[in-house]
Design a protein around this ligand. Structure first.
Ligand SMILES: Nc1ncnc2c1ncn2[C@@H]1O[C@H](COP(=O)(O)OP(=O)(O)OP(=O)(O)O)[C@@H](O)[C@H]1O
Ligand SMILES: [Mg+2]
Length: 464
């Protein structure tokens, strides 16, 4: 959406220097993403955004939102506020006010927010003007940027919302004022910061609490936290589940995976039934797709359009990418991030992959689990063994308890453990042990940086 410097100064209560009529048609917090004619918001985080204001002008920024005085070219404008992040929030709230035609859908959950946001966007796209969060723009800066990026005539805005601490989602909802909300799942991600399973459910419930009575809440039926989620909202509820879950409003049945792990399934909804073929990989994407279907169906998207749309959603980088090297090695690159639910989903997917060689998993630490770290890593080790993993390459000290779990599991084959210090050592170890016909899963929290292992394995596979 387009805003003038005067609009911005009024919205944030800031002091304007330079040309009040200067117009910005895009908003960024990183000058590398700046397009000419954009507004640069100088946030102070690990780096001080004010150091990049000259770069922003050089790249064609027309407006800068800043927290201290900056040199401003005559034909541009700067708007100074006490705290630029608060300013960005105020701008996001103003953008929300201007999006009069849009239904705003918030998507939160321990895993699968980006995938569900992409599935919902794809389901709406053929019949609606829809805008959604770029990448994983899901925090106090990302949500306002999502709203500011929407065209004024948007009919739907899909905003990813992340929570590291209690109260985060409630604060995002004050800006985005969602009409509908999806909780993809409630598992132990950031458990150390959010206070265990109940704390996590409460944090995700903040999205449903913020919904108006005419709104729509979507979550999984039949889980331990379903009652807690239902009682957290005044909105109408549609639940999602498999055949085994009684009472789910949107149900999936006959789930099959092809040799590339792409699910096909039947979807039963209040609006009829449809067959769905996903391009995303892994059985866990079926539930994400059903959640997206619940919202799109409720918004009136015809079921055939909806089903076809779900099939067009593609994986974001580093999520369940399946790479087949010419040397006959299959790499399942899920190195983008890791939490207990997503690591379990990745291991179950590895188990389903038809290959003639061994199943190998290169796993690094799942971070931010607090007191749950030891038991959760052990549980992943047991699951790896049960999923038929023959070799575990464990990266860093935090991943060590995975070995204990794998050794405790009563499976017919012992699991070989290769413990290494860091991603570089994992690269060397993995390239050394992989053979034609093997399948290798690569997964860890983002900070571990295992994508270099996936890339190297592809190289090794091609060279083999
Ligand atoms: N419903 C699900 N259950 C378990 N794992 C899932 C689910 N949906 C997606 N995943 C896995 O979680 C990982 C992250 O997926 P995605 O990027 O969609 O999640 P996210 O919640 O947006 O993550 P982030 O918090 O990092 O933004 C991927 O490995 C993906 O395969
Ligand atoms: Mg995300």
């Amino acid at each position: 959406m387009e805003l003038t410097a005067a609009d911005i100064a009024a919205a944030v209560g800031g002091e304007l220097t330079g040309r009040a009529e200067a117009v910005a048609h895009s908003f960024v917090i990183d000058t590398r993403q700046l397009e000419a004619g954009g507004c640069f918001v100088a946030l102070v985080a690990e780096r001080d955004g004010h150091d990049f204001v000259p770069d922003a002008w050089a790249r064609g920024a027309t407006i800068a939102l800043v927290g201290r005085e900056v040199a401003t070219p005559n034909d541009r404008a700067s708007v100074r506020v006490q705290e630029p992040l608060d300013g960005l929030r105020a701008l996001g709230a103003m953008a929300r006010d201007r999006l009069r035609r849009a239904v705003v859908v918030g998507v939160t959950g321990s895993a699968g927010k980006t995938a569900t946001k992409d599935l919902l966007t794809a389901a709406l796209e053929s019949t609606r003007t829809v805008h959604s969060s770029p990448a994983s723009f899901n925090n106090e800066a990302g949500v306002p940027l999502t709203l500011l990026g929407a065209p004024l005539d948007a009919e739907a805005v899909v905003a990813e919302m992340g929570a590291r601490f209690a109260g985060n989602i409630a604060a995002l909802c004050e800006v985005a004022r969602p009409d509908a909300g999806i909780v993809t799942n409630v598992g132990l991600a950031h458990a150390g910061l959010l206070g265990g399973p109940e704390g996590i459910a409460r944090a995700k419930g903040e999205l449903l609490e913020a919904l108006p009575a005419h709104g729509l809440a979507v979550f999984e039926a039949g889980t331990a936290v379903a009652g807690q989620l239902r009682s957290s909202t005044e909105a109408r509820v549609l639940t999602v589940g498999g055949e085994e879950v009684p009472g789910a409003d949107v149900r999936v049945r006959r789930v099959r995976l092809d040799d590339d792990l792409r699910p096909h399934f039947e979807l039963d909804t209040p609006w009829g039934s449809a067959s769905v073929q996903l391009a995303l990989r892994g059985e866990h994407q079926v539930q994400n797709a059903a959640m997206a279907a619940a919202v799109a169906g409720d918004l009136g998207v015809p079921l055939d359009e909806l089903a076809a749309g779900l099939g067009r959603a593609v994986a974001a980088p580093g999520r369940m990418q399946l790479l087949r090297g010419s040397g006959g090695v299959v790499v399942l690159n899920d190195a983008y991030n890791a939490s207990p639910p997503s690591t379990a989903a990745a291991l179950r997917s590895l188990a389903r992959l038809p290959v003639r060689g061994r199943k190998i998993a290169v796993l690094g630490e799942m971070r931010e689990l607090g007191e749950h770290a030891g038991t959760e890593h052990e549980a992943i080790g047991r699951l790896a063994a049960e999923c038929g993993v023959r070799v575990l390459v464990l990266v860093g000290d935090g991943a060590r308890p995975v070995a204990r779990g794998a050794q405790q599991a009563s499976t017919p084959h012992a699991v070989e453990i290769v413990a290494v210090a860091d991603a570089e050592a994992a690269r060397v170890a993995a390239c050394d042990l992989v053979r034609a016909g093997d399948a290798v899963l690569v997964k860890a929290s983002r900070a571990v940086g295992l994508e270099l292992v996936a890339e190297a394995l592809m190289g090794a596979a091609v060279d083999a």
